[in-house]
Design a protein around this ligand. Structure first.
Ligand code: SAH
Length: 348
């Protein structure tokens, strides 16, 4: 196992069969070694820095019906909200004061916001703050819309591919198309965004081979960011009674991603922190180097519920910043508040 991990470290790749073997047969000793090598690789590129992104969840209206997601259209129990552009700017103001230089604007696919609204939101934020990056995470849009947002000043775009197992993708996403989602990622890349893809771990019926196919897809796409986290059931969805993803598998995959894509910006996600009290710290030790504290107003925090048991839903932005900083420092890392753009790693 250790030899295989060394080869993965050296070559930034293994065959699909070897990856399956690694994931399925990793004993605790080799797992620690895998985390150590992932940590070493992250340090080669980014040192001990952990990049902070301020997350603004600005709408939980969504036209899609993803079977795992708590804000799916069919969930009549979801308490819906949307923030005005002024309210979004207020979140940025609080965030900027706290030192954030990246704002992630995330939401359901809410057609109430026209392209003009999104463009005006981006322009107003960028006019006010010259030294920040804007990351959008608002789902699938036509090429022309992505282009407009980019021209208005958006820098990055997060669009997880969710799973690269086509059959599973289609089952989880009624009326959506796997090919269209993948096309969106290539469109975003072509336009010039720093892009983020990613997937959920522990989805119902997901196999190790499916996860390896996710890794293979990432290796081909070469995104600057990768977001992965455990699937966590939400009580008011069709997947309410399924078993969610676990900490061990998620951290193993984080480490493998760090070794396959050394320069990637890789969050220790809120979902990971939600399934285990030290989840984000363990993610950082396995090679992650980004955290995304919440900047949404406390009045709407507990409404953006994609899954049950989400942490930090009651805290003020300043509290989140302080809490996560302590956790980062006590894990032996240091907070980096800069824009934190992607760094190319030779041979990646
Ligand atoms: N509408 C945007 C943002 C989606 S929400 C988009 O389409 O990209 C952000 C991410 O939360 C999703 O990409 C999905 O991977 C994750 N998510 C949703 N429901 C989840 C659940 N039940 N458990 C874990 N992660 C979930």
């Amino acid at each position: 196992m250790k030899q295989m991990i060394d080869r993965l470290f050296q070559n930034q790749d293994l065959s699909d069969l070897e990856l399956v073997d690694l994931i399925n047969n990793l004993d605790d000793d080799s797992m620690d070694y895998l985390f150590k090598k992932a940590d070493e690789r992250r340090q080669n590129v980014y040192g001990k820095d952990v990049y902070m992104r301020g997350l603004i969840e600005f709408t939980n209206f969504c036209k899609n019906d993803c079977t795992y997601c708590g804000i799916r259209r069919s969930n009549k129990l979801a308490d819906r909200y949307r923030l005005s552009i002024d309210e979004i700017l207020e979140c940025c103001e609080v965030g900027y004061e706290l030192g954030y230089r990246t704002f992630v604007l995330q939401g359901g696919e809410d057609s109430q916001y026209t392209d003009e609204d999104i463009v005006s939101m981006i322009k107003r934020i960028k006019e006010k703050y010259k030294d920040i990056a804007i990351t959008l995470s608002i789902g699938e849009k036509p090429y022309a819309s992505y282009q407009k947002y980019y021209d208005a000043g958006a820098d990055r775009y997060l669009l997880r591919h969710e799973t690269s197992a086509r059959g599973l993708y289609e089952k989880l996403h009624p009326k959506m198309s796997y090919d269209e989602r993948i096309q969106c990622l290539y469109d975003l890349k072509k336009i010039g965004y720093q892009i983020g893809a990613g997937f959920m771990v522990g989805l119902p019926d997901q196999t190790t081979e499916d996860l390896v196919s996710d890794l293979r897809f990432l290796k081909e796409l070469q995104p600057q960011m990768v977001g992965i986290g455990p699937f966590i059931p939400h009580k008011d969805t069709p997947l309410a009674n399924e078993i969610g993803g676990d900490l061990r598998m998620t951290t193993i995959l984080l480490a493998i991603i760090r070794l396959m894509l050394p320069g990637v910006l890789l969050p220790a996600t809120t979902a990971l922190g939600s399934i285990s009290p030290q989840g984000r710290e363990k993610g950082l030790k396995a090679g992650a180097n980004v955290v995304m504290p919440n900047l949404s107003p406390t009045t709407v925090r507990d409404k953006y519920l994609l899954y049950d048991g989400k942490i930090c839903t009651g805290d003020e932005a300043a509290h989140c910043r302080g809490c996560i900083e302590k956790r980062i420092n006590s894990s032996g890392f240091q907070v980096n508040m800069s824009r934190g753009d992607h760094v190319d790693f030779l041979n990646q």
